[in-house]
Design a protein. Structure first.
Length: 317
């Protein structure tokens, strides 16, 4: 690796850029989605956040927006959800204000901008992983640089990241913030580490356990700088939208009602069950007979969502 000439490095990175751009080009809207239920156009998960950011730019409450740039493909309508038009935290909407402003109200432009941001996040993740590997394995700087293109391929080809690229999700941004925070920790830059970890958590709340651990570690190393970074993140990303917190809590109850069972089944509940499995037949005995309606049919009452636009009948051929 160290024997590569200047032209060799240029060729390596040119090949990386060419493959990434040509292979990822089919994700660009308005091609529609391939990995999940078809929702046209692509970047379906981005639309609610762009609608909310547009409401913020107009000075409106993003959770009770009067006008929307585009119809929500998941049908989070006002009537069905107590008048709530947005289900993510207000800090998540705030993140998309610059993107929505640059798009000038054109959703397809916003989708393309988001796609570019996520490709940049892939490069940031590859850089962070290469530097962390170099720190742990004492790799030469040239070896670390050579790893970055390969890591870009690996991260971009991960099915979860491909789904995120296609749907316009913010999880790659969360991951980039988180791993940049870890890298900042290895450099003892506690202000930056605390800022990025809190920012990662404020997006959707998914990084709360990660941020808690990193902040606790930072407080043991430099509590003043750690508190400064965390406070700066809250001041910049939470304070401007703090007045929408009551509606955000109502939105959280709606969203958790839609997905909580799936989260627990795939996470802590399965972990607990794997550690203490029930005896054969014990689960069925505890569950009892399946619930039925007064007229004897299976009782399917509960919270249902049409978040996935899957037709029940085959379209006409």
């Amino acid at each position: 690796m160290t024997g590569l000439s200047r032209w060799g490095w240029a060729a390596l990175y040119a090949a990386c850029a060419a493959v990434l751009l040509t292979d990822a080009g089919h994700f660009l809207p308005p091609a529609g989605e391939r990995f999940v239920d078809y929702l046209k156009p692509g970047a379906a998960d981005l639309l609610p956040s762009v609608n909310a950011a547009d409401a913020l730019l107009r000075g409106e409450n993003p959770y009770r927006a009067k006008t929307l740039l585009g119809p929500d493909p998941f049908d989070w309508s006002r009537v069905k959800h107590q008048g709530i038009t947005y289900l993510y935290p207000p800090t998540h909407a705030l993140l998309y204000v610059p993107l929505t402003y640059l798009a000038h109200g054109d959703y397809e432009v916003a989708m393309r901008l988001q796609f570019g941001v996520e490709l940049l996040c892939i490069c940031l993740l590859a850089f962070c992983v290469a530097r962390l590997l170099g720190h742990m394995l004492a790799l030469a700087p040239a070896t670390q640089a050579a790893l970055i293109p390969a890591l870009c391929f690996v991260i971009a080809l991960n099915p979860g990241n491909q789904l995120g690229l296609e749907r316009g999700q913010s999880d790659l941004i969360t991951a980039a913030f988180g791993w940049c925070a870890v890298l900042a920790c290895t450099r003892q830059r506690w202000v930056l580490a605390a800022f990025l970890s809190v920012a990662a958590t404020l997006l959707k709340g998914y990084g709360i356990l990660f941020a808690s651990g990193l902040l606790l570690f930072g407080l043991t190393q430099s509590w003043r700088r750690t508190l400064l970074g965390a406070t700066a993140a809250l001041a910049l990303l939470f304070a401007p939208v703090a007045r929408y917190l009551p509606d955000a809590l109502a939105a959280y109850e709606i969203r958790s009602g839609m997905f909580w069972q799936g989260w627990t089944n795939q996470g802590f509940a399965n972990l607990a069950h794997s550690q203490a499995p029930a005896a054969p037949g014990e689960a069925a005995e505890k569950a009892g007979p399946p619930p039925r309606t007064p007229w004897g049919t299976p009782d399917l009452q509960g919270i249902w969502t049409n978040a996935y636009d899957v037709p029940l009948q085959r379209p006409p051929q």
